[in-house]
Design a protein around this ligand. Sequence first.
Ligand SMILES: Cc1cc2nc3c(=O)[nH]c(=O)nc-3n(C[C@H](O)[C@H](O)[C@H](O)COP(=O)(O)OP(=O)(O)OC[C@H]3O[C@@H](n4cnc5c(N)ncnc54)[C@H](O)[C@@H]3O)c2cc1C
Ligand code: SF4
Length: 519
Amino acid sequence: MATTFAHNDDSVVVVIGSGAGGGTLSHDLTRRGINVVCLEAGPRLEANTFVNDYNTMFMRLSWLDKRIGEGELLAGLPAWICKVVGGTSVHWNAVALRFRSQDFRTKTLFGNIEGANLADWPISYAELDPYYAMAERRMGVTGINGNPPMPQNNAGLVMEHGARKLGFKKVGASRMAINSKNRDGRPACKQIGFCDTGCVIGAKWSTLYVDVPKAEKTGHFELRPECMALKLNHDATGRVVSVTYVDKDKKIHEQKCRAVAVAGNAIETPRLLLNSASSMFPNGMANSSGQVGKNYMTHVSAGIYAFMPGEVYGDRGTQMNGIISDMEANNEKRGFVGGYHLERLPVFGFPWFPSFLKPGAWGQEYAGWVEQYRNAVNMWVCGEDLPQQANGVTLHATEKDQHDMPVPVVRYNSHANDKAMQQHAIKTGTDVWNAAGAKKVFERGPWPASHNMGTARMSAKAADGVVNKYGRAHDIPNLFISDGSQFTTSSANNPTLTIVALAIRQAEHIAGLMSRKEL
Ligand SMILES: Cc1cc2nc3c(=O)[nH]c(=O)nc-3n(C[C@H](O)[C@H](O)[C@H](O)COP(=O)(O)OP(=O)(O)OC[C@H]3O[C@@H](n4cnc5c(N)ncnc54)[C@H](O)[C@@H]3O)c2cc1C
Ligand code: SF4
């Protein structure tokens, strides 16, 4: 029988969000015998109901509630995240890279950069290393722990060929959180090629079919799908005592709690903290530093499409397997600090392809390129962007969503450093495709942000950020942040492996605090 907890049970930890951070944290708390109620705004879909169709699955998975994008972000869809059990781990492309040791101390390395709000992480790589290893084992990351590397598809091999012709060395298959052999009760990847519409066979790691079911088996877990947290409530000492949420029938409930962990992705997490303002916390919860909702990072990005002389079928096989990492290291002679990767990206299938290739383009010549869809290849720039105070999430003064919660306004403008890096990366990517023999290269403009970080960041001092090195709020001892909002800086590496490693570490920390009666 499914486990349930009463609304007045104040012994439970409430986890908000069941994605990469929240799903992992729930699993790791419950396997230690800690009772968890997980509030998840989205519905529970089963993997075997997914269909290999971009449009259909985009509409089923994505968070489409009203958001306002400002600056360089798309106005109506500033960020691409999911509203389903499993969160964006249902949709992600599973590139699973560790941050490097220097990524945790960029303030020390880069110094003061005008316009940037850099800080060192209060945690070192050495501290996170064992948790990275646990995350990699859990997620079945390829190329280590006896998991064979994932074979690249034709487009990956074309990209590798171009890169090697230019003399690049750190080139080849990526580390992927996709089964390259049968393991953990899930099959090996069949190279079907629809990873980001949700993997129908469950080869790709997702909390939907890995961590959530395992948490349920412990008997310490209650998942409440289609339940959206609206507000955190506190007592006279400032401790969180309950969460107000709305269920699928629009009924409002209050769940009491011993502690709360917010993992709504780096847009919804600060939105909830800001919406929990009270007379004691007039600027929102955990916000004495004023840093909640600030420092939003989403990686320097760009798409570089190319057309090869022959058919490549760039959409077949795992979608993002293939990477060039020679530009990852900091080298200020290039005119910017930090580094970037070039990662293979799918072509995104007909009918999305024309609009992704060059939005707004038309005419006979362009139609001719679109017709050569089978010859198309694509790569994505993933580079370190700098935290800036002006980039972030605020609540709209008047616009409300269907639950009467203020709509988030998400603002992002690139720093001059980000722009210099982007131009460098586009040139390198273009050179790679040309070296591979491309007939035509298209540069792709802005698209919805998919790596959301920094809006409730870790800091050594309470004045510089929102949470400590365990993701525990500086201001409120029983409030934790468990997603990419915690990131102090962005690294050039995709964020999810680090989110999972931090969640595993946070669960261990929370369990320790509880057993010592400090929480
Ligand atoms: C197309 C795409 C491809 C990607 N590929 C990669 C990749 O290859 N490698 C990589 O490292 N990363 C990738 N990412 C990013 C990755 O998916 C995210 O970093 C990761 O899922 C973030 O984890 P999270 O726990 O912060 O949030 P999510 O996984 O988004 O989970 C947040 C959950 O919280 C729920 N929620 C939010 N607010 C509330 C609320 N108020 N009440 C209740 N529930 C709430 C949401 O419904 C959601 O289920 C990709 C993202 C996209 C969009
Ligand atoms: S390519 Fe592999 S991981 Fe991606 S959807 Fe197909 S089986 Fe799943």
